[in-house]
Write a protein that binds this ligand. Structure first.
Ligand code: AP5
Length: 191
């Protein structure tokens, strides 16, 4: 069985950046991982059903619709994983207009059964600045305090994922000017 690693973090913390750096490093060592973006799986279905025109609209959809898209993504990813090592870029929780939605509820965990859940974190002020600097996305405008609360909630809900699956929880810091350190940390759990 391949290793299943789920990488999470609030929008704009730099999950994808750290994953890409780690994949590059591991490829040079001959260790291969299949990268999977959970949001892309959801978006493909949502687009086909004309529910949204961009991926940032998905978290505003009704809770039951998001849960259905989640389920579809989880089954799609489980079907493709087989014996390969996979790294899933996703969210510990999603901030919706009606509150936090668990990114890995029971029906998703049952499909994925991760070995490790990684929480990518950094200081809320840095995340705020990264969001403001990223014009390619429609980010929620929220202050540092709300971002800090979201990161706290992500840790709390990740504890439940560990209880359910027996996975380990790894916290990777992705600080300004210290991206390489974050990549090193992620590589150490992927090797
Ligand atoms: P997704 O596309 O994963 O949304 P996201 O979190 O906004 O992802 P991004 O790729 O935009 O952010 P990132 O943290 O990867 O940051 P990046 O590396 O780009 O998901 C889309 C949607 O799908 C969600 O909103 C949700 O609706 C849905 N979804 C997904 N999973 C779900 C689930 N399980 N359940 C329900 N719904 C789900 O970096 C951001 C910026 O920071 C870049 O400009 C980068 O250059 C910069 N940066 C990164 N690191 C550093 C550093 N160390 N120093 C300085 N700058 C840095």
């Amino acid at each position: 069985m391949g290793k299943k690693v789920v990488v999470t973090g609030v929008p704009g913390v730099g999950k994808t950046t750290v994953i890409n750096g780690a994949m590059e490093r591991l490829a040079a060592e001959g260790v291969s991982y299949e990268p999977v973006n959970f949001g892309t799986f959801m978006f493909d279905v949502a687009k086909k059903e004309n529910l949204v025109s961009n991926r940032d609209e998905m978290r505003k959809l009704g809770k039951d619709v998001q849960k259905r898209l989640q389920q579809a993504a989880a089954s799609g990813i489980a079907a493709m994983s087989g014996d390969a090592n996979i790294i899933v870029d996703t969210h510990s929780s999603v901030k919706t207009p009606t509150g936090f939605l668990a990114g890995l509820p029971e029906w998703v965990l049952r499909e994925l059964m991760p070995d490790i859940v990684v929480l990518v974190e950094t200081d809320p002020d840095q995340i705020l600045m990264r969001r403001l600097g990223d014009e390619s996305r429609t980010r929620d405008m929220e202050g540092s305090r709300a971002i800090a609360e979201h990161q706290e909630f992500n840790r709390a809900v990740a504890a439940a994922y560990a209880m359910y699956t027996g996975c380990t929880i790894k916290i990777v810091r992705n600080e300004n000017f210290l991206l390489e350190q974050g990549i090193d940390d992620l590589v150490s759990v992927l090797r």
